[in-house]
Design a protein around this ligand. Structure first.
Ligand code: AMP
Length: 419
């Protein structure tokens, strides 16, 4: 398999799939450009080798061609970060894209319009009525799959080498993230730096694991984390359960949880996960106390109580000090750490304490040589909010993609390149 650091792009036209799906305000200003910055090393390497760049991305969830989701809104910012004027093709498949990509010279860059303006990118029919006949649905699906191949083939025809640097969409088998790779031989398809770093970080955690390995799973619901927890129970030494899902476990064990968030239909599941942890000799670490609030508000009255004795009318919105200590001891003695999900409602300033304590314990462990990976939405927001992102070994840019990777699923964007 080719790797980006060894590949010389001189004389090549590279189609680079990036994930520039950045948040925009109502005036189309980018409110967080992390994803654009993350792809810069790959884009810069290609240009500095003397290659030319064809950049493809999606933005938002357009239902068709829609100015609101045009990549022209972010063109100047990308040019600024790249330190180079980038040409723009107002379509990714039309005449303009074909001509402008054909005319690209060494060292030049072209940004294509939003790939998701076409349903073929996702390979799923759009606008099909719910009550359409099964036969009509089947034909529409087949047509869109065929369109997807055509789209991938056309995008591939613009370039001599394919680079995938869009980890955020690696869990999707889309025209530009996976199918396109079929049109390049093994020596002319490769991961960009970002994608490679993400893969290396997850594989260091899940395959090349230094022990003890501790995973901290927070967030609101067990139901959204079942597959990850089940996979981790075959890999970790310690599994810390935090956040809202604490109370489903506590209630399943017979505790009193007041108004705390709970999935009553997942009590048996919680018990079976506890059993599975025992069977696999995994140390399942549950909270012992909670910071309870008399309502779901930052200004609520609060008290620290035992996690299984939350008074009626009160709800646990964060872990308490005893739990902070318990979690910190486990974390600080770990050599590999995975953190997904806050320990409480970290959006409320008064309930950030537990997440901060977990973050600080990870910083300490990392300083002692542990490898720490933070990823999957809100825990990334936490480390950014607490100013400790640069003290983690790796902070993932992938949400759904990272979670599916940790669940043990094969990601189409990865498989397309390394088989
Ligand atoms: P997730 O997307 O599953 O990682 O969940 C993140 C969300 O979980 C955040 O918005 C938190 O506010 C929420 N959360 C964490 N702990 C609690 C809790 N004890 N009660 C209610 N929501 C919580």
């Amino acid at each position: 398999m080719q790797t980006i650091d060894k590949f010389n792009f001189s004389g090549h036209k590279a189609f680079v799939r990036v994930d520039f799906n950045v948040p925009l305000d109502e005036n189309f200003n980018i409110t967080d450009d992390t994803r654009i910055r993350a792809a810069m090393p790959t884009l810069k390497k290609i240009l500095s080798d003397g290659g030319s760049l064809i950049i493809g991305s999606h933005l938002g969830r357009p239902k068709g061609i829609d100015d609101k989701y045009s990549l022209k809104h972010i063109l100047s910012h990308i040019s600024e970060l790249l330190g180079k004027n980038i040409a723009f093709a107002n379509d990714c498949l039309g005449k303009e894209a074909v001509e402008k990509s054909a005319a690209l010279k060494a060292g030049e860059a072209l940004l294509l319009e939003n790939l998701r303006f076409y349903a073929a990118e996702e390979g799923k029919p759009r606008g099909l009525k719910e009550d359409a006949a099964d036969e009509e649905k089947a034909i529409a699906k087949k047509t869109e799959k065929a369109n997807q191949k055509e789209m991938a083939k056309q995008l591939a025809s613009y370039a001599t080498v394919y680079v995938n640097d869009a980890f955020g969409t690696a869990h999707r088998a889309h025209a530009s993230t996976a199918i396109i790779a079929d049109y390049f031989d093994n020596d002319h398809k490769l991961f960009g730096y970002l994608m490679q770093n993400e893969i290396d970080a997850v594989e260091k955690v899940l395959k090349d694991t230094a022990r003890p390995f501790t995973a901290i799973m927070g967030g609101s619901k067990v139901s959204s984390k079942i597959d990850i927890i089940e996979n981790l129970l075959t890999k970790v030494d310690n599994l810390i359960i935090a956040g809202g899902m604490t109370y489903t476990f506590t209630k399943a064990l017979g505790g009193k949880i007041g108004n705390s968030i709970c999935e009553n239909d997942k009590l048996d599941l919680a018990l079976s996960l506890i059993q599975k942890a025992k069977d696999n000799k995994v140390n399942l670490v549950l909270a012992i106390d909670a910071k309870a609030a008399d309502r779901f508000s930052n200004d609520a009255k609060t008290q620290f109580v035992s996690v299984d004795a939350i008074p009626d009318g009160w709800e646990g919105l964060d872990i308490g000090p005893e739990t902070e200590k318990k979690f910190a001891t486990v974390i600080e003695n770990s050599k590999t750490i995975l953190w997904n999900g806050p320990t409480g409602v970290f959006e409320f300033e008064n309930f950030t304490g537990g997440s901060k304590a977990v973050g600080q314990a990870i910083v300490k462990a990392t300083e002692k040589g542990a490898f720490s990976l933070v990823g999957g939405g809100d825990s990334v927001a936490c480390v950014n909010k607490f100013g400790i992102a640069n003290k983690m070994s790796y902070v993932s840019t992938g949400g759904g993609a990272l979670l599916e990777f940790i669940e043990g699923k094969e990601l189409p964007g990865i498989k397309a390149i390394r088989g």
